[in-house]
Ligand binder design. Structure first.
Ligand code: HEM
Length: 189
């Protein structure tokens, strides 16, 4: 069997130990990745995987109903941003339906492309952690990279492959340590 070795134990808290919360600040995200040997470029590039997949309401509700201050930046002038809230609001009410899903990339939810970066430039990242890449980027370094990926998909793909290999090399288990799981959600029976 081929694959990356996983733990011989299954622990919910263990699995969540180094995973940043979706409402983390940019500073926390950068620090979290740094602790794993991943730099800011890896953070931005790997976040691009949010071009596919889904998230549950409880993880992004505050993006729909967040503080009024968001409006003060003038985002509601853009129809797309208003649509963003309207669509998500129809999936997730102010309270309840915590486990309902919305696509992380509302535009092309099932295609692995560079749409994620176009989305976050428009303030349309689903998670807080997507949104802060642009909103809290004080020196503009991240925004520049996001622009580069948004305008050059091949560049994103090349960087993504590089960062995935880097991430895949973290804490590799060898020899008798761990096992390759038949189903990644369960230890082998
Ligand atoms: C920057 C830090 C990150 C945060 C805060 C974050 C957070 C999240 C959250 C909250 C969800 C939705 C989970 C749910 O609602 O059940 C999610 C989904 C997902 N994330 Fe991330 N993530 C991060 C980085 C990454 C990285 C590095 C990758 C892989 C390279 C990744 C790939 C995915 C994928 C593919 C999904 C969709 C899963 C599915 O639909 O089953 N994320 N992420």
């Amino acid at each position: 069997m081929l694959g990356r070795k996983d733990s011989l134990e299954s622990s919910f808290s263990g699995a969540n130990l180094f995973i940043p919360a979706p409402n983390s600040s940019l500073e926390v995200l950068i620090d979290n990745f740094k602790q794993q040997g991943l730099d800011i470029e890896d953070l931005v590039t790997l976040s691009g995987s949010h071009t596919i997949g889904r998230a549950r309401c409880l993880n992004f509700r505050e993006r729909i109903y967040e503080a009024k201050e968001e409006y003060h930046y003038g985002y509601d002038r853009y129809k797309r941003y208003t649509n963003f809230r309207r669509i998500l609001g129809s999936i997730c009410p102010v309270e309840g339906r915590d486990n309902k899903f919305a696509p992380l990339d509302l535009q092309t939810p099932k295609r692995f492309d560079n749409q994620y970066f176009i989305n976050i430039l428009g303030g349309n990242g689903l998670l807080g952690s997507d949104n802060v890449l642009i909103r809290q980027d004080l020196d503009g370094q991240i925004t520049e990279l996001v622009w580069a990926y948004a305008s050059d998909e091949k560049l994103f793909f090349a960087s993504f492959a590089k960062s995935m290999i880097k991430m895949g090399n973290i804490n590799v288990l060898t020899g008798d340590e761990g096992e390759i799981r038949r189903n990644c959600r369960f230890i082998n029976a």
